[in-house]
Design a protein around this ligand. Structure first.
Ligand SMILES: [Mg+2]
Length: 379
């Protein structure tokens, strides 16, 4: 009888015992103005992140990150009050089943926004636990590491002033980046960036959905001379897949989109419309590692390159690195070109000479620095 009980406890599944959300507010500089109005209606004075900490009865703790910025209060409520009660007591290693169950149970409350952001944060934390339980880095669980370092692009904030744009492009090049993404929406700062960078540097342009299809085509004609690697989210609204396809077919510049897709079917719609050359699932926004790895499969069947969106610095960034390392073909890591007052993972997750090391420790490869959490926790 004792033997049977011992076996039963040995094979009893681990259980999730707590899910905690932690708001971090870290001051940053970005080489000039901080015009983040394009992303939520108010400029940011700090780089905010919502961490998700999942604790188990086996002593393993996993860390995730849920989107984000101005939506953090809503995402937090979604996790604390709606998602966590569905997950506590469940086996953290049964990730696919648990996440599918949550998606189904919650579908009537919306297939995007804070609920899916919240699920994404929990999912990333569960994969961190899975890696720790296996004693393997996440990329091994996803198929293995293609390369110890991955190329990155510097993702600049919107500065508007051409001189400031040029200065920050030069700052990125001095740090070793050979790919730079702008968030400008006028011709003059884009011209300044190309003149500062020279012809060899890859320049991408993210405009965050400002234009009609006609306006986007007019702008594409004016931008053609700058040899952009891609034009990101040129049309309003982001779900206008046919509009993106029209810009792609007629605009002469490769099109990228996908950071505002929330489900696998949203990505399928982009592919069906032949809307993108580069697809940009965001691990903290569209279901986490579980769903993002499926986008790699969909995209492979369409010969579309996956360029994960990771305009953040926490566990979501590490998840994007592991996914790229295991599944990416020609994928670049998006590196938010901010100087944070304190990095969450020390040296890990910070690019050097335009590339970033793939973490080799179990799970995501690093836990957030408790001293940074203690100092910058804002709730
Ligand atoms: Mg973008």
């Amino acid at each position: 009888m004792q033997v049977i009980l011992a076996l039963a406890s040995e094979f009893a599944p681990m259980k999730i015992t707590a899910i905690e959300t932690i708001l971090l507010r870290v001051p940053y500089s970005a080489g000039g103005s901080k015009d983040a109005h394009a992303w939520g209606g108010a400029a940011w004075s700090t780089a905010d992140a919502l961490l998700v900490k999942v604790t188990t009865d086996a002593g393993l703790v996993g860390w995730g990150e849920a989107f984000g910025y101005n939506a953090i209060p809503a995402t937090r409520v979604a996790i604390d009050q709606i998602i966590a009660p569905l997950c506590i007591g469940r086996d953290p290693l049964g990730i696919e089943a648990l996440m599918q169950e949550c998606q189904q149970k919650l579908h009537i409350f919306g297939r995007g926004g804070p609920l899916i952001f919240g699920l994404s944060g929990v999912d990333i934390a569960l994969w961190d636990i899975a890696g720790k339980a296996a004693g393997q880095p996440l990329h091994v669980l996803l198929g293995g590491c293609r390369t110890p370092r991955l190329p990155c692009y510097a993702s600049l904030i919107r500065y508007t002033d051409p001189a400031v744009v040029a200065a920050n492009v030069e700052r990125a090049l001095a740090q070793g980046f050979v790919h730079v993404k702008l968030h400008e929406i006028e011709v003059a700062p884009i011209r300044a960036a190309r003149e500062a960078a020279g012809d060899e540097v890859g320049i991408m342009l993210d405009v965050n959905c400002p234009w009609s299809v006609r306006e986007a085509l007019d702008m594409a004609a004016r931008l053609e001379e700058f040899n952009l690697r891609w034009l990101e989210e040129p049309v309003w609204p982001p779900e206008n897949a046919q509009g993106l396809a029209d810009v792609r077919a007629l605009g002469g510049i490769p099109v990228a989109a996908g950071e505002n897709c929330a489900t696998l079917h949203d990505f399928q719609h982009l592919f069906e419309a032949q809307a993108v050359d580069f697809v940009q699932p965001s691990p903290t926004k569209m279901g986490g590692v579980s769903e993002l790895r499926k986008v790699f499969a969909l995209a492979a069947a369409q010969n579309v390159t996956v360029m994960p969106h990771s305009f953040y610095d926490g566990p979501g960034l590490l998840a994007a690195i592991h996914l790229n390392a295991a599944l990416g073909r020609g994928s670049l890591v998006e590196w938010r070109f901010f100087d944070l007052e304190a990095p969450l993972f020390g040296e890990m997750g910070i690019p050097r000479d335009g590339s970033i090391a793939v973490p080799q420790g179990p799970g995501l490869g690093a836990d957030p620095d408790p001293a940074v959490i203690a100092r910058y926790r804002a709730g």
